[in-house]
Design a protein around this ligand. Sequence first.
Ligand code: ADP
Length: 333
Amino acid sequence: MPDALLPFLLIGPVLLLLVGGIIGILVREQRRRLQQEREKHLLLEQQNERLEQQVQQRTADLQQSLDHLQATQRQLIQSEKLASLGELTAGVAHEIQNPLNFVLNFSEVSVELVQELKEEVLHQLPATTVAPAAELLQNLEDNLQRITQHGQRAGGIVQGMLLHARTSASERQPTNLNALTDQFLRLAYQGMRAKDKTFNVTIETHFALGMDPVSVAPQDIGRVLLNLFNNALYALRKRQQSQEPGYQPLLQVSTTECRDGQVEVRVRDNGPGIAAAVLDKIFQPFFTTKPTGEGSGLGLSISYDIVTQGHGGQLLCQTHEGVYTEFIVRLPA
Ligand code: ADP
């Protein structure tokens, strides 16, 4: 082989080595880039996931704020409606009172006139007409007495309605809320026992120890509590009368000093509970599910006014149909 070819023979492998080296470098570089790309991709995915979680969290927060706002709005509308209904009720009561007084006065005078007729005119009639005339006069007197009786009932309702107008005027004084609650609980229980001796109920009380006196109008808050106790006892008695096997009426009453500086009285009964459709209406004046003569439908409406307008508090109801009803009176301490 000529010497002149020797360098070419040597350059060949060197070139091969060089090209191989360059290709190796390029492949490594390519791998490094791929690795970098993968890492970037992973980082992006993690960031995306984090962002998505944040978005979900914010959306949940916003939804919660929206729900809260809507609930507050509903409550405000409800308060406004009830306040104007209360005013309307008081106005109507004033208007009714006057003609009602006439009805009562005239029916009472008419009873006296019938009695006078019976005493002074009846015996002057011919013997054959005395008996039918006496019977007619007796019927007339009975009817007039019924007019008086029902007029008086209507008068009681009107008085209840007028209490709406009076709720803000009562004077507040430092009051032992535990003692007040206990006093009206006993009153309600005795009232119920006087009506029905067979009615037995377990009463559990949990009064907050060492509670500071609360500034309230005691008669007004007493009235609210009495109404809540009466309703609870009525509900318990109703459920007991349905003779459900194993049913034990239970009334739970508690007072609490809350952390936000408010005080609470809770009245809970395991009566029939309140259906959702009824629950919307219980604070409206004249709404009642009780039979005629047993309820005026004014108790909760007056109580609502006393607690909210009279004391700047809240009157809330929680219930589960067929399980329990709980009313919560929340007052600023
Ligand atoms: P009334 O007692 O004259 O019916 P209220 O305003 O006190 O008037 O009550 C209105 C209605 O609320 C009742 O007729 C009843 O349907 C419902 N209610 C109140 N308290 C309870 C309770 N503890 N359990 C079940 N229903 C109740």
